[in-house]
Structure formats: C-alpha cells, structure tokens
Design a protein around this ligand. Structure first.
Ligand code: R5P
Length: 292
C-alpha cells in the first residue's frame, strides 16, 4: 500500500502515512500559467494498492479535478486498487434533487470517481451518510466527533452540554456526550430551499450556568452557528464553543461567530483553517490499517 498525498492534503496525507506505517509516494505539482494543474507521480504505482488523500474544500472544483486526474493516472499506470481518502467531501450537501431540475451533485461526483478507477472512498462526517450507500462506489464515512469531544475534555469541558444543530444530527451530540457526559440536546433548523436562509427553533435548553459545546458537521457562512450561539448565550450559558468537523469558514465567518458571543471555535484538519486544531489522521490511519 502506498499513500499519495494530493496537493490539497499534503500535511494530512504525510501524517496518515506515518501513523499507518505506509510508504509515501510524493507527487510533483505545478500550475500552468493559465491555471491548469499538472501532476506527476514520482514512484511506480503498478500493482500497488494506492491511497490518494485529497480534501475537496474550497477551491473545491480545482481540488476535485486534481483528484480525478490523480485517480485516472493511477488507473492508467495499472495500480492494483485505488482508495480515495476525501476528508471533506465537496457537493455532499447536494444529496438529492430538492427541486425539479436541480443537479444531484454528490451522485455525479461519485460516478466520475468510479470512472477514474476509484474502488473505495473514505470520508469523514459526510453530510448525509445514508445517501452514501446508494452511490456507485463503496464509501466509508468515519466520525471525528469523538476526537473533537476528547479535545474539549482535555481542555476542561468534562460535564459540558453537547448540542447539535438539526434533529437529524442529534446522533452527533449523543456521540460527543459519551465523552463529555453532561447531557445532550439539539436545536431544530430549517433552511429555505430557495433563499438558503436558515431559521432555528426557539427552544429552552438546559444551558443556564453550564459550559456548552455546539457541534455541527460544517461551518460554512457561519449563519447557522451564529444563531445557535446567540440562542444559547441568551439562556445564560457560561462558556460556549462552536465545534465542527469541516471549518470552511467562508469570508469572515470566524470573526462573526466570535462576535456573536462564542468563546472559541474548534475544527479538524479535514479542512485547513486557523481553527483546524484536531487531527483526523489517527482516525483515517486506523481505518486504513483495518483494511476497510
Ligand atoms: C447543514 O445542514 C449543515 O449541517 C450545516 O449546519 C450548514 O452547512 C452550515 O452552513 P452555514 O455555516 O452556511 O450556516
């Protein structure tokens, strides 16, 4: 087995290879003057089980295209198998045709990866794990929630209330609560299909004088998290932290969340950002070592 850290996941790919005790096959990469990517494998991949690590956070279209190029290259060069480790899976939120005529983007992306020879995908806290089993490549969806909650425990948040956003995501808060053990709850969210505007239910939470960690899979514009922080703060919570697996933090999302009253934001290195404190490398290395 050899690990190829893609241009978007150089450090994470190296860390995964080190923990899984696998050889790294470095790439040469450059951009042509017009912006196109050129990638070259520097090791022979023939007959190898190849693991390509490439996150697809913004610039997601470029990162995806590089992933297609690398996978297809490994296929052409006769790799034995190709596993794509995609810590943040772009387009996973477009997991159905919400309105007639819309693209079912996650399906299209997985179909393209299958065409490029990918036999298996490993991702982390994908937006809708249920849909993954219906797609054309086997996908293993790992959870980084335990790693995030363990980080908070080490920082003295034992007994904090774990909150998740959206009823469907309550499993996330329940998983965090196994570590933090301060109870868990959720706040229902509703997104307008046309405008994208999110509204949160007004809910009384057991937050008074408590430390609260609000978990979400993704923080993108920050709009959802800001509303949740404000709600919890109004209910006299003590310290309020925003935790997420994928800190996309578009524009000034980080500053806006902190201005809304959050004491801090913690994310994982599925996406590189100033808050990517928790590494998912041990999680992915373990999955590779299990051989799944
Ligand atoms: C939505 O279903 C996700 O779980 C996140 O809550 C959402 O992607 C966050 O987006 P934003 O930060 O733009 O509100």
């Amino acid at each position: 087995m050899i690990v190829i850290p893609g241009p978007a996941s150089q450090a994470l790919g190296q860390e995964i290879a080190r923990l899984a005790k696998l050889q790294v096959a470095p790439i040469e990469t450059k951009h042509f003057p017009d912006g196109e990517s050129r990638i070259r494998f520097t090791k022979n991949v023939e007959n190898e089980d190849v693991i390509i690590v490439q996150t697809t956070s913004p610039p997601q279209n470029e990162n995806l295209l590089q992933l297609f190029l690398m996978a297809d290259n490994a296929k052409d060069l006769k790799a034995k198998s190709i596993t794509a480790v995609i810590p943040y899976f772009a387009y996973a939120r477009q997991d159905q045709r919400f309105r007639y005529g819309e693209t079912f983007s996650v399906k299209t992306i997985v179909d393209l990866l299958a065409k490029c020879g990918v036999n298996q995908i490993i991702t982390v806290n994908s937006h809708n794990p249920k849909i993954l089993s219906t797609l054309s490549v086997p996908i293993q969806d790992l959870s980084a929630v335990n790693l995030l909650a363990s980080y908070f425990k080490r920082q003295g948040f034992d007994g904090a209330l774990s909150l998740s956003l959206g009823k469907k995501a309550v499993a996330m808060a329940a998983e965090a609560d196994k570590v933090l053990q301060g109870g868990y709850d959720y706040i229902s969210t509703r997104r307008d299909r046309v405008t994208g505007k999110v509204t949160l239910e007004e809910k009384t939470l057991p937050a008074k004088n408590r430390d609260v960690v609000i978990f979400d899979d993704i923080i993108s514009s920050g709009g959802t998290m800001i509303k949740a922080v404000e709600l919890v703060k109004l209910q006299d919570a003590r310290r309020v932290y925003a935790a997420c697996v994928h800190p996309l933090l578009i524009g000034d999302a980080r500053e806006k969340i902190l201005r809304s009253g959050a004491d801090g934001i913690v994310g994982t290195n599925c996406v590189s950002s100033p808050v990517s404190i928790v590494s998912v490398a041990p999680l992915i290395a373990e999955a590779l070592s299990r051989g799944t």
